[in-house]
Design a protein around this ligand. Structure first.
Ligand SMILES: [Zn+2]
Ligand SMILES: [Zn+2]
Length: 147
C-alpha cells in the first residue's frame, strides 16, 4: 500500500508568514488606513480642511507611516483616530514597549483584540499570532478563485 504524503497540502505556504515579526507603529497605522479604504491624500485632506495646511498635513501622514516614526503630539493621534479606526493603546504599545510584549495584531488588516473587524454577524478572532479569521477567510477565498 502506498503512503500518501500530506506535507504539500494547501495552506502550508502560509506558515512562513506566521513567524511573528515585530510590527512598527508606522506600519500599524498604514495597515489600519488601508483597511479603512483610505489613501494618504484622503487622510491628509480630512486632517487639514484648510488648503494652506494640506502640504504639512500630507507630510505628517506620510512621516507617521514610516517605520521608526511616532507621533509627538497626543492631538495628532486623536485626530487620526477620528478619520479611521485604530486602537490608540495598541499604537502606544508599539511605540513604547519591547516587541516581545507587543499585542497580537493581524498583519493583513491591522485589527487587534479591542479593535476587531466586524461584519453583520460577528467579530473576527485570531487564527494565528499574525492573522485574523476575516483575513484568513479572504485568503482562502482568493486561493479558491485562483485554482
Ligand atoms: Zn485581519
Ligand atoms: Zn480582523
Amino acid at each position: 500500500m502506498e503512503h500518501v504524503i500530506f506535507s504539500r497540502r494547501a495552506g502550508t505556504d502560509r506558515k512562513a508568514s506566521d513567524r511573528k515579526l515585530p510590527l512598527a507603529a508606522g506600519a500599524y497605522l498604514k495597515l489600519r488606513r488601508m483597511s479603512a479604504g483610505l489613501t494618504v491624500d484622503q487622510v491628509a485632506n480630512r486632517l487639514a480642511p484648510a488648503p494652506k495646511d494640506r502640504d504639512d498635513s500630507l507630510a505628517l501622514v506620510r512621516m507617521l507611516e514610516t517605520s521608526g516614526a511616532r507621533a509627538r503630539h497626543e492631538g495628532t493621534i486623536a485626530a487620526l483616530g477620528q478619520i479611521y479606526r485604530f486602537d490608540v493603546a495598541v499604537y502606544r504599545q508599539l511605540c513604547e514597549v519591547p516587541s516581545d510584549r507587543h499585542p497580537v495584531i493581524c498583519r493583513g488588516c491591522g485589527c487587534s483584540r479591542h479593535d476587531a473587524c466586524e461584519d453583520d454577524a460577528n467579530c473576527c478572532h485570531f487564527v494565528s499570532a499574525v492573522e485574523c479569521s476575516r483575513c484568513a477567510d479572504r485568503a482562502a477565498q482568493t486561493q479558491r478563485l485562483a485554482s
